[in-house]
Design a protein around this ligand. Structure first.
Ligand code: IMP
Length: 194
């Protein structure tokens, strides 16, 4: 089975590829010749995931899934949330985003946060949503070079290392996206065994 993962983020494709069994082939947007910047104009994670999946279904008529992720910080009332990619501006720069968040949390005792992912799967004319949450906290400084985005400042619950210090195999078992993908794969597995 071939299925499109509607993202231009190579890190996400790499993470997800490690999770899927060999008989499922993940096609990136580049692999199907899609170089468009798909609009993410909805006000919710689910809304943006649907927009991205629907864009591929409508324009390429292929089975596809798309994710949208937000980092929700408790003492910032859930910010940056759905605006996580553009937190420090339209340049969507990971270092700028982390620096802005570390500054916003300066002197804050409560550093609790969670990543939340919603995946929209478009298959056989149906749309199904899967979600995944990874609780943790924002560190005081950046640590680690693995991963992407906010990984160097996010310490998942139960670990004393950031996502950027943990091997990808560990991140995948506890991360927001890994959990949502597991639900999606369980769903596909059930379909195949029907
Ligand atoms: P989007 O889902 O690609 O729109 O991501 C929203 C923001 O969250 C971007 O700034 C991403 O870099 C960041 N992000 C998404 N997933 C992760 C992750 O697994 N770790 C760290 N940052 C992430």
């Amino acid at each position: 089975m071939e299925i499109v993962f509607a993202t231009h983020n190579k890190n996400k494709v790499y993470e997800v590829q490690l999770l899927v069994p060999k008989h499922i082939k993940i096609l990136s947007l580049e692999a199907i010749g899609c170089f468009d910047e798909i609009p993410e104009t909805a006000g919710t994670l689910a809304g943006n995931a649907k927009l991205k999946a629907d864009y591929v279904t409508q324009n390429y008529k292929l089975p596809c899934f798309a994710d949208d992720t937000g980092l929700l910080v408790e003492s910032l009332h859930g910010a940056p949330g759905v605006l996580s990619a553009r937190y420090a501006g339209e340049q969507k720069d990971a270092t700028d985003n982390m620096d802005k968040l570390l500054a916003a949390l300066e002197n804050k005792k409560n550093r609790n946060a969670k990543f939340e992912t919603v995946i929209a799967l478009n298959l056989n004319g149906q749309q199904i949503l899967f979600n995944g949450i990874a609780p943790g906290e924002i560190t005081v400084t950046k640590s680690g070079v693995k991963g992407f985005g906010y990984d160097p400042i996010f310490k998942p619950e139960g670990y004393d290392k950031t996502f950027a210090e943990l091997p990808i195999e560990i991140k995948n078992t506890i991360s927001h996206r890994g959990k949502a993908m597991k639900k999606l794969l369980d769903y596909l597995n059930k379909l195949e065994n029907q």
